[in-house]
Ligand binder design. Structure first.
Ligand SMILES: NC(=O)c1ccc[n+]([C@@H]2O[C@H](COP(=O)([O-])OP(=O)(O)OC[C@H]3O[C@@H](n4cnc5c(N)ncnc54)[C@H](OP(=O)(O)O)[C@@H]3O)[C@@H](O)[C@H]2O)c1
Length: 346
């Protein structure tokens, strides 16, 4: 009895987490040392993070880039969401569990996972709250799986959790070819909605492949000239596109946005449902990612990778995202199983 107590105390004090044997002390990471142009980013050596209670450490195989990464770098979000410098960008990772903090019972070293993290993803290791982690879809490569978290969660929380779209509803998705839009079009199609999506003409064949019934070229056609009485609009573009969107909804329809605030006056005049852009839900991110992962595993959802970069090319990956033309997701390979190829693939 006494021996068990002493042993437990020893484990608590000197072995606070279970970890892989071969983890190094230092790792490569994309480090942001200030706000501004891409020059504030550089690849550097930093200590491998240690998981606190309730966290796991992930050996990252691949990460994906989101617009929020370059928005943080540019300083655009400095007032609303400041970060502590130096900061490691990156919110989406796929990899294997490398260490497990105290109190984590779901995960063990070696489990293949995906996770959404609050920065730190463009590195060789990251720690994540255990509730932000989900099994990696077995049929997807680590690269494709890394494309899931932030973008697919945004599509899921707006169209499925918030609007609960149904068979036969007419849904307009602005930016249907982007990271969020690609999953949104497929989720709307899976629910049996009639899907109308906007993109430039070069992406129209892609939109049809992923399940859009109609494609509108926003460069040549004002969507309000050709769309009327839709049940739901999901806007992933913002600005003028968001302001013009209430006019195409039927009375009582739903306007969903993930960029900016819904126009309050138009929402009340037209009796629209305009939930706040906050995508908070009752479920943990890991539970939602598990459901999304199953849809990717059973082929309902497909991940289109627009471009892949090695970790050495992470700065360029963010620059490509900033150009705003991604078709699907931009991926950063961290643990390169085919290490001979260190150039970008597109
Ligand atoms: N609040 C949240 O939780 C949340 C989560 C994820 C993302 N976001 C935000 O949502 C936005 C979209 O994210 P994302 O990851 O989907 O971005 P993304 O992948 O970079 O989006 C690129 C796509 O946008 C399309 N596009 C650009 N301008 C357009 C326009 N005027 N009309 C229609 N399509 C247009 C492009 O299509 P073409 O090449 O054909 O022009 C391209 O396919 C970003 O601002 C991001 O920060 C918010």
């Amino acid at each position: 009895m006494q021996l068990t107590f002493v042993l437990s105390l020893f484990l608590l004090l000197f072995a606070p987490f279970a970890s892989a044997e071969s983890t190094p002390a230092q790792m490569r990471a994309l480090l942001m040392t200030g706000y501004g142009a891409p020059e504030v980013l550089r690849l550097d050596q930093v200590p491998v993070p240690t998981p606190a209670n309730g966290e796991v450490r992930i050996r990252i195989h691949a990460a994906s880039v989101n617009p929020v990464d370059w928005k943080i770098r540019s300083g655009r979000l400095q007032k609303t969401s400041p970060v502590t410098l130096p900061y490691i960008p990156g919110r989406d990772v796929a990899g294997t569990i490398d260490a497990v903090g105290l109190g984590v019972t779901h995960w063990k070293v070696g489990d293949p996972v995906i996770a959404v993290v609050d920065g730190g993803g463009l590195a060789e290791y990251v720690v994540a709250p255990a509730e932000n982690v989900a099994p990696k879809p077995a049929k997807l490569s680590f690269e494709k799986a890394a494309g899931i978290p932030t973008a697919s969660l945004a599509a899921w929380r707006t169209l499925i959790v918030n609007a609960d779209i149904k068979q036969g509803q007419r849904v307009l998705i602005h930016g249907g070819a982007g990271g969020v839009g690609s999953t949104a079009v497929q989720l709307a199609n899976w629910r049996g909605a009639h899907v109308i999506a906007t993109a430039s003409e070069r992406n129209h064949e892609y939109l049809r492949e992923i399940g859009a019934d109609e494609a509108i070229d926003y460069r040549t056609t004002r969507f309000e000239d050709v769309v009327k009485n839709v049940d739901v609009v999901l806007d992933t573009v913002g600005g003028d596109t968001l302001q013009r969107s209430p006019s195409v909804l039927r009375e009582g329809g739903t306007l969903l946005t993930i960029v900016g605030r819904p126009p309050a006056e138009a929402c009340s005049q037209r009796k629209l449902r305009c939930p706040s852009p906050s995508t908070a839900t009752r479920e943990q991110p890991g539970e939602e990612l598990t459901k999304l992962g199953q849809l990717f595993d059973n082929g309902t959802l497909k991940m289109n990778v627009d471009a892949e970069f090695p970790l050495e090319g992470a700065v360029e990956a963010l620059e490509l995202s900033e150009r705003g033309r991604a078709r699907g997701k931009i991926i950063v390979r961290v643990l390169d199983e085919h290490a001979s190829n260190t150039s970008a693939r597109r």
